[in-house]
Design a binder for this molecule. Structure first.
Ligand code: PMP
Length: 318
C-alpha cells in the first residue's frame, strides 16, 4: 500500500543503520554550498510475495556513473549498494516505499575546489505517493512549456543525476506551479523538446512512441528505457527523435515517465488539448504494463525485480 508522504525510521549511513533524526550533516558541508551530491530515486512495490525493487542494479549503476562524472570517490561497489538498499528497506520493515540513495561531499569546506573532502553515502527510504498526484494520474496533467531550458551539453553533465543539476529543474517546476500548471516541459539549449523537471516525456502519434534522444539534454531515465523495451515488445514502434515544440501540440497522447511520477498522462500543453484530452489508450496500456511488472501481476520476463526479504517474526510474536 502506498502511504505518505512521510519519513521512515532507519537510514543507512556508510554501512551503519542510524535513526532518522541522527542522519545529519554540518552546515558547512561542501554539497550544501556547491551542490556536490549525486543521488538516485528508486521504488519498491508490494507484490503478491512481498516487496520488490524495480531495476535496482540499473539505478545503482547510474549512481556510480554520476559519481564518476563528478569525480566523487564512492566507497561502495554497485553490488554493495544493491545490498545496502535491500537491507535498508528490510530494516524499516517495508514492502513499499521510495528509496533515495545519496552520495555527497559531506565534509566541511569553504571553497569550490573539492580537494580531499570526505564523501559519505546514505540510503533513505521514504513514503512517497506518485509525484504529480492521483488527479493527474486519472485525468491527465495540465502542463506548460517552460521558459527555462535544460543545460547545454558543455555546461552541466545532464547524464549525471547530481544535486546541483536540480537547480534548473527547480526553476522550471516553480514557474509552472506559480502559473497553476502541474509541471513544465523544458526544451534543450537548441530549442528541441527535452523533459520535465524530474521526468522524461513520451509523445504518441499514430501509435508510434516518440521520446527525445540523450543528446537533447535529458537524464537517461530508467523508466523511459523500460517503456522503450516493453513498448516494442507490445508491438509499438519506438523512436528516439529530436522533437520541435509544436510536435507536442499535435500529439494524439503524451505522458511523463519516471520513478517518482511513474506514468502520468498529460491532458493539456500550453492550454491546447492533447488528443481528446483524456488519458489515451496507448498511455493506459503502457501504464498497466509498467505497474503490472512493478507490482508482480504481469510476469517479470526482463528480470527487473529484486525481492526484499521479509523480516523473520520474533519467536515471541509467532
Ligand atoms: N529526468 C529527470 C531530470 C529526472 O530527475 C528523472 C528522475 N530520476 C527522470 C528524468 C526519470 O528517470 P527515472 O525513470 O530513472 O526515474
Amino acid at each position: 500500500m502506498v502511504r505518505g508522504p512521510g519519513p521512515t525510521t532507519k537510514i543507512w549511513r556508510d554501512g551503519v543503520l542510524v535513526d532518522w533524526a541522527d542522519a545529519t550533516i554540518h552546515v558547512l558541508a561542501h554539497s550544501v554550498h556547491y551542490g556536490s551530491s549525486v543521488f538516485e530515486g528508486v521504488r519498491c512495490y508490494e507484490g503478491p510475495n512481498g516487496g520488490n525493487v524495480f531495476r535496482l542494479r540499473e539505478h545503482m549503476r547510474r549512481l556510480a556513473d554520476s559519481a564518476k562524472i563528478y569525480r566523487l570517490a564512492m566507497k561502495h561497489s554497485i553490488d554493495d549498494m544493491v545490498n545496502a538498499v535491500v537491507e535498508t528497506i528490510a530494516a524499516n520493515d517495508l514492502t513499499e516505499c521510495y528509496i533515495r540513495p545519496l552520495v555527497m561531499r559531506s565534509g566541511e569546506q569553504m571553497g569550490v575546489w573539492a580537494k580531499d573532502i570526505p564523501v559519505e553515502t546514505f540510503v533513505i527510504c521514504y513514503h512517497w505517493p506518485t509525484l504529480l498526484g492521483d488527479a493527474a494520474m486519472e485525468k491527465g496533467a495540465d502542463v506548460r512549456v517552460s521558459s527555462w531550458r535544460r543545460a547545454a551539453p558543455d555546461t552541466f553533465p545532464t547524464l549525471a543525476k547530481a544535486g546541483g543539476n536540480y537547480l534548473n529543474s527547480q526553476l522550471s517546476a516553480m514557474e509552472a506551479r506559480l502559473d497553476d500548471y502541474a509541471e513544465g516541459i523544458m526544451l534543450d539549449s537548441n530549442g528541441w523538446v527535452a523533459e520535465g523537471s524530474g521526468q522524461n516525456l513520451f509523445v504518441v502519434r499514430d501509435n508510434i512512441l516518440y521520446t527525445a534522444p540523450i543528446s537533447s539534454g535529458i537524464l537517461h531515465g530508467i523508466t523511459r528505457d523500460s517503456i522503450m523495451r516493453f513498448g516494442a515488445d507490445l508491438g509499438y514502434e519506438v523512436k528516439e527523435m529530436v522533437m520541435p515544440r509544436e510536435f507536442l501540440y499535435i500529439a494524439d497522447e503524451a505522458f511523463f515517465c519516471g520513478t517518482a511520477a511513474e506514468i502520468t498522462p498529460i491532458r493539456t500543453i500550453d492550454q491546447l488539448p492533447v488528443g481528446d484530452a483524456k488519458p489515451g489508450p496507448v498511455t493506459k496500456r503502457l501504464r498497466e504494463q509498467y505497474m503490472g511488472i512493478c507490482r508482480g501481476t504481469v510476469p517479470d520476463k526482463y528480470g527487473w525485480l529484486t525481492p526484499v526479504p521479509v523480516a523473520e517474526p520474533a519467536a515471541s510474536a509467532r
